[in-house]
Design a protein around this ligand. Structure first.
Ligand code: HEC
Length: 198
């Protein structure tokens, strides 16, 4: 007789759609409630490990965390969401500016920029391995890219295509790898954020 045993190995990782903060700036002490939207295709119980951007990590079983910042600083907060099979997905970044009451316009703009959808997307991808905001790294800084080109629909589209297809020649001989998984709308969101740095 032939016995058949099926091992179920098709666990899919959780889907993490959004991380939000009840406040992204304010005077110290700054109490913030972080919330993440995540679900698991197998309806596994999810667990959460929050990186508070200040060296501290917190575990929760609910998709929420309350934390009070007592030191001035800019904190990039993310959460790793794991299912019962150990599959883990990292959220995008939400930036919190503690000790900044945003009365000055420049600070307010910096806060908005830091939480722009294009920036969060960029931080969730490999871009940051080769690009910094202000200094040259493997690739040119995002600020110098913003300065080199004038922002119009054709340029946004050209730069988005370059990110998707990869290439070289505008800054030297080093190649930027292709990002075929990136959708044109997503690339455009990032390029729009790049132009906001000008
Ligand atoms: C392995 C390194 C690397 C990675 C990863 C990378 N880049 Fe680049 N990028 C480069 C290099 C090198 C250049 C310069 C290419 C040239 O000379 O035309 C560049 C150029 C660019 C430019 C300017 C293009 C032009 O024609 O002037 C943009 C915009 C850009 N990158 C965005 C991104 C974004 C967004 C990501 C993430 C999705 C990313 N890069 C990931 C290395 C990288």
């Amino acid at each position: 007789m032939l016995a058949r045993i099926d091992y179920y190995t098709g666990n899919r990782p959780p889907e993490v759609t959004n991380i939000t903060a009840s406040k992204v700036y304010g005077k110290l002490p700054l109490p913030v409630i972080f919330t993440v939207s995540a679900k698991d295709p197998e309806n596994d119980k999810l667990t959460y490990v929050w990186d508070l951007g200040n060296g501290l990590k917190k575990h929760t079983v609910l998709p929420r965390l309350a934390y009070t910042y007592i030191k001035k600083g800019n904190y990039n907060v993310t959460v790793n969401v794991s299912d019962e099979q150990g599959a883990m997905v990292k959220s995008k970044v939400v930036a919190v500016f503690a000790g900044n009451d945003s009365r000055d316009l420049k600070a307010k703009l910096a806060i908005e920029k830091a939480n722009a959808p294009g920036k969060a997307l960029m931080l969730s991808l490999d871009c940051k391995a080769c690009h910094k905001v202000n200094e040259k790294s493997v690739g040119p800084s995002f600020t110098s890219i913003a300065k080199k080109y004038s922002k119009d629909a054709a340029m946004i589209s050209r730069l988005s295509q370059k990110v998707i297809k990869g290439g070289h020649g505008n800054w030297g001989d080093v190649d930027m790898p292709a990002h075929p998984a990136l959708k044109p709308e997503e690339a455009k969101k990032i390029i729009n954020w790049v132009f906001s740095l000008k």
